[in-house]
Design a protein around this ligand. Structure first.
Ligand code: SAH
Length: 325
């Protein structure tokens, strides 16, 4: 039994079954606080860890929008759940070459991951929540952050819970499931509110669906394969598909201007990943094959290209970022 499972069983013994939302929250807090989950020896690999091209194109998109907004001088780069800090390092390098050197604020709860981020991006500051980020215009990035925030699951009118049975942890009910994520809606609303008040834009990148729909999308991943949801609490990554319709609604309600939703593959193509991969391959001929494989993994529909999607939220008086027609 994992240490977290022991603690959860005790908690359920004391207070009765806990909601799926509380379970997911407890599991992911423990999980991210106790390891670096990324890369081939971890549990999963993310776009910025596949290729520097990803962070570079994110940086190019942010710098371009900042220039078109009249180059406000006091702008900050804010990233939520920066992982190893790879995306930020790649994006900041490109922004610097465009004359943009923002202060850097990271929203990260894991003390362990903060250490790696400090190495990748010297001079950053850390916060436990977006609401703590100092006021001013912001360029916000969140890649595979929203999918890690807890979701509620409902079966009819009843919220699904996790209980203890003779055999271990079990769900208290099954049936057609509808998910909602108040935690996501809250942070997206806070971001949009900040953009409306102080200016800036946000790129939200994640896997998920364009329209709200019923369905159980909760999944556990360990060692690059799917695992049973309730097995090994705290030792596997729990995520749920992002409902981009709900995200977009939360952003609009808080006063943000919201772009269309674009697939990651299409967005990266519009930002010029083809040309970028060719020029990288020319500079590093010995890595040409690896660079092309990375481009395909990021963009091809049957790989990450279609499942992952990008949406931008911007201040109503800021230009619409590139890549969203
Ligand atoms: N964006 C990175 C890492 C994605 S993994 C990449 O693309 O490689 C999810 C990240 O979100 C981790 O850094 C994790 O520690 C962080 N995280 C998860 N839940 C969080 C929460 N509630 N608040 C702040 N950070 C959180």
């Amino acid at each position: 039994m994992t240490p977290l499972e022991r603690a959860l069983r005790e908690r359920i013994g004391d207070q009765g079954p806990i909601t799926v939302e509380a379970f997911m929250d407890a599991c992911n807090r423990y999980y991210y606080a106790t390891r670096d989950p990324l890369g081939s020896r971890g549990d999963f690999t993310t776009a910025p860890e596949i290729s520097q091209m990803f962070g570079e194109l994110v940086g190019a998109c942010l710098a371009d929008c900042w220039m078109k907004a009249g180059k406000p001088r006091d702008v900050a780069y804010v990233e939520l759940g920066p992982g190893r800090g790879t995306l930020a390092a790649d994006a900041l390098r490109v922004m610097k070459s465009a004359g943009l050197e923002p202060t850097v604020h990271f929203v990260e709860t894991s003390p362990l991951l903060r250490q790696g981020q400090a190495k990748a991006v010297p001079g950053a500051s850390w916060y436990d929540a977006f609401a703590e980020v100092p006021d001013g215009p912001v360029l916000v990035v969140a890649n595979e952050f929203l999918d890690a925030l807890p979701v509620q699951q409902f079966v009819g009118a009843m919220e699904r819970k996790v209980m203890v049975t003779g055999g271990g942890l079990a769900f208290d009910r099954d049936g057609e499931i509808v998910e909602r994520s108040p935690a996501r809606e809250k942070v997206v609303g806070q971001i949009a509110n900040r953009l409306r008040k102080s200016g800036g834009m946000a790129l939200l990148i994640d896997y998920g669906h364009a329209k709200s729909a019923a369905g159980d999308t909760l999944q556990a991943v360990r060692g690059h394969t799917f695992a049973p949801m309730l097995a090994a609490p705290g030792e596997q990554d729990l995520t749920a598909h992002v409902d981009f319709e709900a995200v977009s609604k939360a952003a609009r309600e808080a006063g943000g201007a919201v772009t269309e939703l674009v697939t990651q593959g299409e967005w990266l193509k519009r930002l010029g990943i083809g040309a970028r991969s060719q020029s990288l391959a020319q500079q590093h001929p010995e890595r040409a094959r690896e660079i092309e494989a990375a481009r395909q993994r990021l963009c091809e529909p049957e790989q990450m290209g279609n499942l992952f999607k990008v949406i931008a939220v911007h201040a109503p008086d800021w230009p619409r970022p590139t890549g969203f027609e």
